[in-house]
Design a protein around this ligand. Sequence first.
Ligand code: FES
Ligand code: FES
Length: 176
Amino acid sequence: MALPDDLTLTVNGREHRLRAAPQTPLLYLLRNDLALNGPKYGCGLGECGACTVLVDGRVARSCVLPTRVALGRRVTTLEGLGDRQQPSAVQQAFIEAQAAQCGYCINGMIIAVTALLEQDPDPSETTIKRALRHQLCRCGAHVEIIQAARRAAEIARARRIEVHEADPLDARSPSL
Ligand code: FES
Ligand code: FES
């Protein structure tokens, strides 16, 4: 068994010092050590997407990602996108669209849509379906989830316009 090591992990913009074997799946440290319970343990095999996080802006399955791969990179979990007071555009859209039944898959859906909108701010339905094709929902909430993804693009667009109108020189993009 690998011996524990002192690891420095950057999650949601904060550095954390953790003692763990570098091979430990990232999900275990996020949930058990950092109490970040947005990412869920579903299959544990990299197949369902419930555990999805962003690593340097790219979707990653944290249940099978050895923590050593995330060292020196930016890890973002659901908690890092926004909160109850200031949800990200994608979080807001999922709330508005009531796009959940049990909710277990929703972490992965929101993270995947966030990554998609970073690449394509106005995705077609086909593009959304392609981006979500490996995120599994056992409740069958797919229709609402796709509606939420489309709504997220609208909200993000409206927020960009608001920022621009408030300060035409402000080039920041509001969170997706
Ligand atoms: S729990 Fe990670 S992909 Fe299913
Ligand atoms: S809402 Fe239950 S798994 Fe998707």
